[in-house]
Design a protein around this ligand. Structure first.
Ligand code: HH2
Length: 259
């Protein structure tokens, strides 16, 4: 899944794809690079981000969803039912739901649904980064949502631990270390580590300034390979080509007979 943020303030690509023509060109590029889905978002959910009014979010994403849906599968990254509905009517086939609340809409529209774990609204979520057992709590929460969605009639459901959403670097690492627990639930798993800040902090030596979002490709690629080897179904990344290369390598390594 390739990330396409049509926002002025996303943490890594804010402002780059705000113009609809530039956004469509970048989405087209990601499809050409081999992305199976392009994930269009019109509101940043980085820690502390300001909420975007519904009408403005729809205005940002709609022309982009419409154009890219002609070329391949599009998901809509939102926590608002109105935005998700408008995007599905414009051609999106998956609701990437960072609130894990929108399954009734997925059931009504027949869209696929990704339930992501986020313990509170982005403005305050880092204040909620407290868990006794982060892996168990996130897994239980997502399984309960996925089961509700299945019971409501949603046909395609994925679960996503929400790396970086109301979690410390240590929580993120625990969730990545124990991805097998999420995979063992039997629900297909999505993971998004792409360019996230914990990768920068892990990559630098003591006293060094952590690398910014554009210099976190190595961490993104390493965690993507790890996630694929743990059996996840989908990775959400900004840089489609390197992710596809490492995904292909990891899958070949898992299935080949090379000794
Ligand atoms: N991460 C972000 C946004 N949406 N959706 C899923 N399913 N999983 C994720 O990990 C995830 C997500 C945050 O990344 P990004 O869209 O690049 O940044 P911003 O929220 O600042 O637009």
């Amino acid at each position: 899944m390739g990330v396409l943020n049509v926002t002025p303030d996303s943490f890594s690509d804010g402002g780059r794809w705000l113009d609809p023509a530039a956004a469509v060109a970048h989405g087209t590029e990601m499809f050409s690079a081999g992305a199976e889905i392009v994930d269009v978002g019109g509101e940043s959910t980085r820690p502390g981000a300001s909420p975007v009014p519904t009408e403005e979010e729809i205005r940002r994403v709609l022309p982009v969803v419409e154009a890219l849906s002609e070329l391949g599968a599009v998901s809509i990254d939102t926590r608002k039912a109105e935005v998700a509905k408008a995007a599905v009517l414009a051609g999106a086939t998956i609701i990437n739901d960072v609130s894990a609340e929108l399954w009734p809409l997925a059931a009504d529209t027949g869209a696929g649904w990704i339930a992501m774990h986020m313990p509170a609204d982005p403005t305050v979520m880092q204040q909620h980064a407290h868990y006794d057992d982060v892996v168990g709590e996130v897994t239980d929460h997502l399984m309960a949502r996925a089961e509700k969605a299945r019971a409501a009639g949603v046909h395609r459901v994925w679960i996503d631990p929400g790396i970086g959403f109301g979690k410390t670097a240590e929580h993120n690492l625990s969730l990545l270390r124990h991805l097998d627990a999420l995979v063992a639930t039997g629900w297909p798993v999505v993971v998004g580590t792409s360019r996230k800040s914990f990768l920068g902090h892990l990559a630098c030596r003591p006293g060094e300034h952590p690398p910014g979002p554009d210099d976190r490709l190595e961490g993104t690629v390493a965690t993507t390979a790890w996630a694929v080897l743990q059996g996840v179904d989908m990775v959400r990344v900004h840089d489609a080509r390197p992710a596809l290369m490492v995904t292909g390598l990891a899958r070949a390594g898992m299935t080949s007979n090379w000794a």
